[in-house]
Design a protein around this ligand. Structure first.
Ligand SMILES: [Zn+2]
Length: 223
């Protein structure tokens, strides 16, 4: 794990914090308990006085965006997010096929958990570059959602791969069918991710393994 990258862990999903000279950048915003865990982890790292400058999203599922509006309001951070998931941020996503089950779950969860819709300040498309940290390039990896996007640090060969797969030792798996908007694209996105020049990947759903171990599991999964 690079020293200027932190993983914020909650039981269901994790997200990442990048430290740059001018402050912090979040990759996704976590789910229930995410804000408390973020503050505790930043304090432990002595990063609590660093300003959060931006929040960059991999996709529009509730377990990645629940806290985004609140964090942005509290910190003044900008939000950058894949354009094709716009309806998710607005709280109006439509789900097709089996993923309608996910839509039903989110329909119950959003009011229960106090989801606040938001409008990103910057739309992300494939190949866009984010001039922060060591530089990130957006890599569109659709299937899980239409907009689902990974962020590649070319310097490190490190891909923040969102929900491309879930990485738990022997229980690594592709996201369940009910959660995928376009399951037919998932496999292509897995192949595309592995065609990049990578030393490691960091998924949001995963254990404490190193980026290289996560990458090994992704490769096994695709065989
Ligand atoms: Zn997801």
């Amino acid at each position: 794990m690079p020293p200027d990258c932190l993983r914020i862990r909650t039981p269901w999903v994790g997200f990442h914090v990048l430290k740059d000279a001018d402050g912090l950048y979040l990759l996704d915003g976590g789910f229930i308990g995410g804000v408390g865990r973020l503050k505790a982890t930043l304090a432990r790292q002595h990063w609590q006085n660093e300003r959060i400058r931006g929040i960059i999203l991999t996709h529009g599922h509730l377990d990645h965006i629940l806290n985004v509006a609140a964090i942005a309001r509290e910190t003044g951070a900008w939000i950058a997010a894949p354009r094709q998931d716009a309806a998710h941020y607005a709280g109006r996503a439509e789900y097709r096929g089996w993923s309608r089950v996910a839509g039903l779950l989110e329909g119950v969860g959003k009011p229960l958990l106090g989801f606040e819709p938001f409008t990103p300040d910057r739309w992300i498309g494939d190949g866009d570059r984010l001039d922060l940290w060591k530089g990130l390039r957006a890599v569109h990896l659709p299937g899980h959602t239409d907009g689902h996007t990974g962020y590649l640090c070319e310097d490190l060969g490190l891909l923040f791969c969102g929900d491309l797969f879930a990485s738990y030792r022997r229980f690594s798996h592709a996201p369940p069918g009910i959660l995928n908007s376009s399951p037919e694209l998932m496999r292509l996105s897995m192949i595309r991710a592995q065609s990049l020049d990578l030393n490691g990947v960091l998924p949001n759903h995963g254990d404490e393994a190193s980026p290289a171990e996560h990458l090994g599991r992704l490769r096994n999964l695709s065989h």
